[in-house]
Design a protein around this ligand. Structure first.
Ligand code: SAM
Length: 196
């Protein structure tokens, strides 16, 4: 069984309210395929089923996963035990429960534009940007020197304006996929060197 199949099988019956791997998750997995993870400190923020964090741990990273939902963390601990992987799981509202800095930060946020937050796994408020903007505001405090984030945005979130609003960060497209009503992109984001 491949790494990913083994993980999907270990998380196959998450509790109600835990986000099941979807198109956006698999695009994040594609983006991770070219990243060297051995011995890296990785944060998987908004971990949901835990698939991204578990995959990184399977590939030799030291992984912390974080989510605002306690049920997510309970599920994740069960899946990690099934796979014999060691993962730190913390409850956190974006970075509120996370003190350290990381080599790699992953975030597949709830990004769907919505008037209110009915489903916190997918609803992203105004332009779908409620959590994306908070995430990028605090990200510089949680990246090690040379570290980077991989995070998912949709064309519905106006990615150009995300880039324009964060001049301290540099962005490139790691991978993308066109779906029926949107284009998904995984952005690779680093701290811009403003010293020169
Ligand atoms: C779209 S799901 C992504 C799940 C998983 N990472 C994946 O790629 O399949 C978004 C996740 O963010 C979590 N979340 C929502 N609001 C959050 C917040 N304020 N802080 C941390 N996590 C949050 C949700 O509980 C959910 O698990």
């Amino acid at each position: 069984m491949s790494d990913i199949q083994e993980i999907l099988s270990a998380i196959s019956k998450p509790s109600e309210g835990v986000y099941a791997p979807s198109d956006d998750t698999f695009l994040m997995i594609d983006a991770l395929s070219t990243v060297s993870l051995r011995d890296k400190e990785v944060l998987d923020l908004g971990t949901g089923s835990g698939v991204l964090g578990l995959l990184c741990a399977q590939r030799g990273a030291h992984v912390t996963v974080a989510d605002i939902e306690d049920s997510v963390l309970a599920n994740l601990r069960i899946a990690a035990r099934r796979l014999n992987l060691t993962i730190e799981a913390v409850r956190s509202d974006i970075f509120s429960g996370v003190a350290s800095r990381f080599d790699v930060v992953l975030f597949n946020p709830p990004y769907l534009p919505s008037d209110e937050i009915q489903d916190p796994t997918v609803d992203g408020g105004n332009r779908g940007r409620r959590l994306i903007d908070r995430f990028l505001g605090d990200l510089p405090l949680h990246l090690k020197k040379g570290g980077f984030a991989l995070f998912l945005v949709s064309s519905l979130n106006d990615p150009d304006s995300i880039i324009d609003s964060n001049p301290k960060l540099s962005f490139s497209v790691a991978t993308s996929r066109r779906l029926f009503f949107e284009e998904l992109q995984v952005l690779l984001c680093k701290l811009r060197d403003l010293s020169s």
